[in-house]
Ligand binder design. Structure first.
Ligand code: CO
Length: 147
């Protein structure tokens, strides 16, 4: 069965899955495993000091995976790795066309946005917000505005 639907037909704020982010204690060891065991196409590590992480991108036909290693103990993923020393799924990121309307809808249903609630510039240079994991079954969701 092929389900055909359009964004217009549904009252949906989320578009395609942009990436799944996985926190890892060692990005070189993790990259090699994805390359060797899965034949994955893994990018060279990039350091993003303003986000406190080293990152590699693993492209697949419908989305990408980002492996994140913290740069130091102040990194936003350091605490996560203390709780999950072997690494683990950190967040998923959906594309949205309009963060303002997405934020409005979240507020209407009582869902919380992390931090001061205002968008920040994310790792891809686009505005992003992160949603309170306890509102979404313990999953951290990032919404990224794609023009
Ligand atoms: Co992300």
């Amino acid at each position: 069965i092929v389900l055909e639907y359009s964004m217009e037909g549904f009252n949906s704020n989320i578009g395609r899955l942009n990436h799944v982010a996985i926190a890892v204690p060692d990005i070189i060891i993790a990259s090699e495993m994805w390359q060797k065991a899965l034949g994955a196409n893994v990018s060279k590590p990039q350091t993003l000091p303003e986000h406190g992480v080293k990152v590699v991108f693993i492209e697949s036909p419908n989305t990408k995976v980002e492996l994140l290693e913290p740069l130091n103990e102040n990194s936003p993923i350091s605490k996560f790795l203390i709780k999950n020393p072997n690494g683990g799924m950190h967040h998923i990121c959906y594309e949205v066309s309009d963060l303002k309307s997405a934020s409005k809808k979240l507020k209407e249903v009582g869902a919380s946005i992390l931090g001061d609630g205002n968008p920040k510039i994310g790792a891809h240079g686009n505005p992003v917000i992160f949603l309170q994991p306890s509102d979404f079954s313990g999953t951290l969701i990032e919404l990224e505005e794609i023009k």
